[in-house]
Design a protein around this ligand. Sequence first.
Ligand SMILES: [Zn+2]
Ligand SMILES: [Zn+2]
Ligand SMILES: [Zn+2]
Length: 457
Amino acid sequence: MRQLPETDRDAIRLAQDPKFPRWLEQITATGGCSHPIHLSGSTTTLNGTTGEILHHYDTRNEPGERLLVRCRNRRATVCPACSRLHAGDTFHLVRAGLLGGKNIPAAVRHRPRLFVTLTAPSFGPVHRAGEVCRPRRDGGTCEHGRPLGCGAVHAPDVPIVGQPLCPECYDYTGHVLWHAHASKLWDRFVIDVRRRLASSAGLVQSRFAQHARLSFARVAEYQKRAAVHVHAVVRLDGPAGPDDEPPAWATADLLTHAVRASARRVHVHTPHTLAVGDLDLSWGDQVDARPLHADGDGPEDDAVAAYVAKYVTKGASETGAGLDHPVTTWADISTAPVRTHVRTLMRACWRLGGLVEYEPLRLRAWTHTLGYRGHILTKSRAYSTTYAALRAERAHHMGHDDIPVAVTERDWRYVGSGHTPGAALLAAGVAEDLATNRKIAREELGADGRGLSAGPA
Ligand SMILES: [Zn+2]
Ligand SMILES: [Zn+2]
Ligand SMILES: [Zn+2]
């Protein structure tokens, strides 16, 4: 045994454990989670009237006297198994808002619905892939002596793509502060769309909510230049939300016009500082708003849902824009495994975080996301179902919950997390099997997001 690698020795030790079958059951129940939480404790369900014990579960009889539950991390780089599950939930959440299901009526597919992409403005020219990059016939250099053009054709995945032509000309401060205000800009955008719809319909703005309801699900995605852009599904219902028909004036055309106009109009001003002054922030010029098929039966709805779900599982380290974990010191930034451009953004974010006027932006705490504080997926309350509801439904189907619920007495303690090397190997195998099964099921459904081109790059 001693000559074997540690992983193999550990796997053999596990397999020889008399409780191995039960242990494998637990791993399978977590879907092969690569970093499960270990809980110790018990659950007792009593009959409320007689006090009779209906059910008792105790981890004392479990392998290692513990129960493994999912880590539920959305990032594929952290936990492939949980991120797949999360992507599946996101898919259903977005899809239900487009086509109905999960307690949302199928009638939503006939409502005005758009797929919207809003971008960040330019903070300086960056190298582009695909076409001739920044062609300039007359040449010329910036004040730092760097060429104003490039003229090369870059493959999409080469590191130079997304990097500024001149880092000294690039507006790192503007980039970070835009990120820090992106969620506010979105909120103002939504308010402005409502206002615009109200005035086009001849309504007093304050009365909009009595006539219609605007719902959305949006996802933030980092572009190659490490700036966030936003994809959103926007839907117009009657005042009560998905169960309510919108008024006759609420058309996809009207919604498209309102979205385009509001995206161009809304602004956010940054707090004034001596070092930076105040910036006037807005969305970039590239605004895309496409009505989804009114009949709702095409593959496009599923493609949109799959497209949105795909972004939710991407970790910062996978997109190359920042880190999956917060940095706590200036030195952390120097050692972070990121591109120079991203490191410069992180440094700018940390520096700006030292200005008292920017304290509410919590820039140091969000240096790993380059100042962006929002969730990756955000939805309005009436858009569709919730992650919690989807998890509860899954637990019900499987006759098993991540953490036992609906009990009268329970007592749980956190006792650890993760896997031993041998267990990690087995968990990865379980996760892979489940992923293969899911892939086959998805291919049979034909819902893999093919046929939907990306919005503006
Ligand atoms: Zn996990
Ligand atoms: Zn270039
Ligand atoms: Zn320059």
